[in-house]
Design a protein around this ligand. Structure first.
Ligand SMILES: NC(=O)c1ccc[n+]([C@@H]2O[C@H](COP(=O)([O-])OP(=O)(O)OC[C@H]3O[C@@H](n4cnc5c(N)ncnc54)[C@H](O)[C@@H]3O)[C@@H](O)[C@H]2O)c1
Length: 249
């Protein structure tokens, strides 16, 4: 077990890719706060039923009061906070449309969760990580930022901001021995994408170097564990693309 006695927070972990991250970190021995606006209890129960440690928490990451309380409760329950995986985002519920049709409310909602949410979650945990003189923050961006993508301007812009935040936070937190890195998944067969039939067409697999291979949430977990573990101690400000070879940077 590579993360024994460590404590992780995974946001957006009630379903999809975030749930896979939470299960994966727990398998490596970490206690995991399973955070979401949806019911986090089923994923937390699965972890506990597999002899892991989990704390289900209903938290809206765009609300500062709630993120502050999240960090306080995790520290109170498990005694420390070592890892934060900023996975929560408005993604699966977005209806793709030309940018002229995206209204200001939709734009602001995406930015509030995908950008402000990361800012607030990082702000909530860094006092504890600084006191421990150690921490691992992993932000979830997307390969879409490297490729550009039509009919998705608010989302792609938000994921660009995640890259910018990763680099700037790495500069600001490095002296506290806090690593800030990001994962950029390619199109992944999470429930959200399976439900809308995405990624099953020829286009999405043909453009990959690893032809014919579809990306599933489990394919992303190893990178999260690597970025959470001491194996990545000398890496910060980096973005790891895990997308089957669709984009390079
Ligand atoms: N599936 C893909 O192809 C893909 C590709 C690249 C990046 N990503 C990113 O991976 C992450 C997970 O994607 P997914 O496919 O599992 O999508 P998803 O929409 O199923 O997961 C997002 C999760 O975040 C939660 N969430 C939304 N708003 C929240 C809020 N205000 N507070 C707390 N939780 C909130 C949702 O309830 C959901 O559980 C997202 O950051 C997404 O942008 C996904």
């Amino acid at each position: 077990m590579r993360l024994k006695d460590q404590v992780a927070i995974v946001t957006g972990a009630a379903q999809g890719i975030g749930a896979a991250y939470a299960r994966g970190l727990a398998r490596e021995g970490a206690a995991v706060a399973v955070v979401d606006i949806l019911d986090p209890n089923p994923v937390a129960k699965e972890i506990v039923d597999s002899d892991g440690r989990a704390l289900p928490m209903v938290v809206d990451v765009s609300d500062e009061k709630q993120t502050q309380e999240m960090a306080r409760k995790v520290k109170e329950t498990f005694g420390r906070i070592d890892i934060l995986v900023n996975n929560a985002a408005v993604y699966g519920t977005i209806v793709r449309k030309p940018f002229e049709e995206i209204n200001v409310e939709e734009w602001d909602k995406v930015m509030a969760v995908n950008v402000r949410g990361i800012f607030l979650c990082v702000k909530s945990v860094t006092p504890y990580m600084k006191a421990q003189k150690r921490g691992k923050i992993i932000n979830v961006t997307s390969s879409t930022f490297f490729k550009g993508n039509a009919n998705f301007l608010h989302y792609v812009s938000s994921k660009g901001a995640v890259v910018a935040m990763t680099r700037s936070l790495a500069r600001e937190l490095g002296s506290h021995n806090i690593n800030v890195n990001a994962i950029a998944p390619g199109q992944t067969m999470s429930e959200a994408n399976l439900a809308r039939g995405e990624g099953t067409d020829a286009h999405s697999t043909q453009s990959r170097l690893l032809k014919g291979r579809r990306l599933f949430p489990e394919h992303l977990v190893g990178t999260i564990i690597y970025l959470s573990s001491s194996d990545s101690d000398m890496m910060t400000g980096q973005v790891l693309l895990v997308d089957g070879g669709t984009a390079f940077h």
